[in-house]
Each structure stands twice: as structure tokens, then as C-alpha cells.
Design a protein around this ligand. Structure first.
Ligand code: FES
Length: 321
């Protein structure tokens, strides 16, 4: 029953028509100039390496839950209880503003199935904010019983909004790292003949079933996962400029060197690979974000004159004596 309702919501054409109009406007506003783009990156959580929205929603949900608990326990309506629940309501309202902005930044890049669900999620939360705001206003005017009743309504709306938020992430995959299930290849594994890799062209290869991307620039070769961490587009048709690879779908930009995020909407870095060339074959293995394996690769390369490492070509052979 629930599943059918949620499926219907994802495919509701009328709601989606409305949602698309507002998504386009939101995206335009959030990418209108470099300052707006920087703010959008921050709201997407690129600085955190994790979406910001779920962390920020904990503030209003936690504060409003606290207000509800105080209301329930403080049946006699003591001065301290009234003060505590009003402070909790106000804290939740302030937190809801930031949570809404980060949600808007994420929603401005969602796909067709996620878009109408995201809109209804947002409208439920706006209604909840209205109810909690009204509850606080009534309390400040001395109508505590009415304020408590309205807070229960607000909590019901916020819970429905949170349910749809969970559906957006866990069922529809919004802002989920698309490389979360990729196989981790720890051993150097051949993926391509070095002579087959053209310079200046993004080239797709396969590393034990996982699509990877190779790019040669002069003497250097870079290797990243091909599946964009944001929403799964292939990066092979992306654009490379100044050592940065930009995704063709929503414009996430990653440093070729190590996959670090330069611009969102992806908050997740793109998996990068250590590379060496042996017997004319390009070999890759996953590089850990902390660089532990990178150091290991350097040590291994030093021990073996045939091995290259990182994204550098193999060391030149010693001249004949
Ligand atoms: S899939 Fe969205 S930026 Fe790459």
C-alpha cells in the first residue's frame, strides 16, 4: 500500500511539472554567479566530504522532539517548562532554515523520480515550520494549551516529511555515493596496453569489472573511477581543463590527480588509482584517501626498477656500460 503510494508519487506528472519549474528556478538561482556557486558547494557538503542536509535536519527534529517531551512531562505548565519548550521550538525553527537551504541545494540537481518526492518532502516541512512557528507565537501570547496542540500537528507533519526524506535517500538513492559498492582492488591489476592510451583523450578501461577512466597528459597518466560519485553518470564524456575533470551531467568537478572534489554537487571524492607500467601494461590499484597505499607504492617502485608509481611514468632504464 505504502509502496504503491510512493511509486505513484515518483511518477505523478502534474506534481512533477510543477516541481520541474521550481527546480529550474532554484538551480538558476544557486548557480547565478561564482559566489552563489560557492554557497551551493558549501550547502551540498563538498567541504565535509558528506552531504550536509542530513546532519542539519537533526537540529530541528531533535529540538522539536525535546519541545514535545517537555510539553508531555510538564502537565501543570510550570514557568520553567514553558520556557524550555519555547526555547526548543525556537532552536528548531532556526535550524530548519539552514536545513531547508541545504535541502534546496541538493534538490536542484535531483532526477525525474526524486523530484516530485523531494517537493512534497519540502512542502510537508514548510507546513511543519508554519505549525511550530504558530505554536511558539501562541505560547508567547499566553495561549499555552493551543500552542501545545499545534505543536503536535507540527510534529506529525515533520514526521511525514522525515519519512519521505528517508525514502529519497534509501529507496531513490538521492546523494548516495555511487561508488559505495564498487569492488576495492588492492593488488596492481593490468587494464590496458600503455601504447593503446592516446594523449589528451579520456579513455575507458575495466578494472576487474569496474569501469575506470585513464587520461594521459604529457608524461603523466591519471586514473579515476568512471562512475560519477554524485548520480552515476559516466565521466568518459566529461571535460578536462587545468587538471580538473568535470562531469557532463550536473557539473561535479574532480581533481584528476587524486579525485578530490573541486565543485559539487557531489560531496564525495571520486575514487582514484595508483598506477604503474609493467611489460608495457598499465596496472592499477585503488589509492586510499589517506595516502597509505601511495607511500607503499613508492616503496615498491624504489625496490623494483621496472615499476612506475602514482601517476608518473616508469623511471628511465640505466644507460648500458
Ligand atoms: S552525475 Fe551528477 S555531477 Fe556527475
Amino acid at each position: 500500500m505504502f509502496q504503491r503510494l510512493l511509486f505513484g508519487l515518483s511518477h505523478q506528472k502534474r506534481i512533477d511539472g510543477f516541481a520541474r519549474t521550481w527546480q529550474t528556478r532554484a538551480h538558476r538561482l544557486l548557480t547565478a554567479n561564482p559566489g552563489a556557486k560557492r554557497a551551493k558547494d558549501a550547502l551540498n557538503g563538498t567541504w565535509l566530504g558528506h552531504p550536509l542536509h542530513p546532519a542539519l535536519t537533526d537540529v530541528p527534529i531533535g529540538a522539536w522532539t525535546a519541545a514535545l517531551v517537555v510539553d508531555l512531562l510538564d502537565r501543570r505548565g510550570t514557568r520553567a517548562g514553558r520556557f524550555a519548550s519555547s526555547v526548543a521550538l525556537g532552536t528548531g525553527l532556526a535550524g530548519a532554515g539552514l536545513a531547508a537551504l541545504s535541502g534546496l541545494a541538493d534538490w536542484s540537481d535531483v532526477n525525474r523520480r526524486q523530484r516530485p518526492v523531494g517537493l512534497v518532502h519540502a512542502l510537508l516541512n514548510v507546513a511543519a515550520v508554519g505549525a511550530f512557528g504558530g505554536s511558539l507565537w501562541l505560547r508567547l501570547r499566553g495561549s499555552h494549551s493551543a500552542g501545545k496542540a499545534l505543536a503536535v500537528g507540527g510534529y506529525t507533519l515533520a514526521s511525514a516529511g522525515a519519512f519521505l526524506g528517508g525514502h529519497l535517500v534509501y529507496t531513490l538513492g538521492t546523494q548516495v555515493d555511487r561508488n559505495a559498492w564498487a569492488r576495492e582492488v588492492d593488488e596492481f591489476t593490468p587494464v590496458m596496453e600503455q601504447s593503446d592510451l592516446p594523449a589528451g583523450v579520456l579513455t575507458r578501461a575495466t578494472l576487474r569489472g569496474e569501469p575506470v577512466l585513464l587520461y594521459r597528459e604529457g608524461e603523466r597518466i591519471f586514473a579515476l573511477a568512471d562512475t560519477c560519485a554524485h548520480a552515476g553518470c559516466s565521466l568518459v564524456s566529461g571535460r578536462v581543463e587545468g587538471g580538473v575533470l568535470t562531469c557532463p551531467c550536473h557539473g561535479s568537478a574532480y581533481r584528476l590527480d587524486d579525485g578530490a572534489v573541486v565543485h559539487g554537487p557531489s560531496p564525495y571524492p571520486q575514487p582514484s588509482f595508483e598506477l604503474r607500467v609493467r611489460d608495457g601494461q598499465i596496472e592499477l590499484r585503488l589509492a586510499s584517501p589517506g595516502g597509505r597505499k601511495r607511500r607503499a607504492a613508492f616503496a615498491e617502485a624504489a625496490a623494483s626498477p621496472a615499476a612506475g608509481f602514482g601517476s608518473r611514468p616508469p623511471p628511465p632504464a640505466a644507460p648500458p656500460r
